[in-house]
Design a protein around this ligand. Sequence first.
Ligand SMILES: [Zn+2]
Length: 163
Amino acid sequence: MRCRSITHIAVFLILTAGVSTGFAETSNTFNTKYTTIYYKDDKDLSDFLWRLGGTRLDFSGDKDMASNRVDRIVERVETIIDMRPKDLHIDVYLQRGDLKYNEIAFYQHKTCAVYLSVDKVSDGVFAHEISHAIVNRYFTTPAPSKIQEIISQYVDRYLWSDY
Ligand SMILES: [Zn+2]
């Protein structure tokens, strides 16, 4: 799913009006090389990993395989857009159902955090939001939002095209 311009408006409203993002209960964390994933229940993380990779895996028993599934996509995005910002670290928040304003995912620039609906995320959606984070880290002066969106849509579309 592509981000629409409403996403940026929504993020602006959340930041300025102090509206709850609904992620207060995401108390568990799972660390990978490039991300910290915040989630509420083990099933949320399990479903997220399943949606990224298409197979179930035991994230507590095989942490390396689980974190590789996430980091592989981050590195794939870096390769596609040829941007590898130093010390990249992205907070990823998982939630059930639709997010605010019926979005299934969005990136919040101020906190460098990605918010995802566990019920609807895919590897393409995840890659799209991760690319927003990478592009924002790469440029010291943020690229115009329209340019960012074009890059992120490209990443989503061609994520595995040369495999
Ligand atoms: Zn977007």
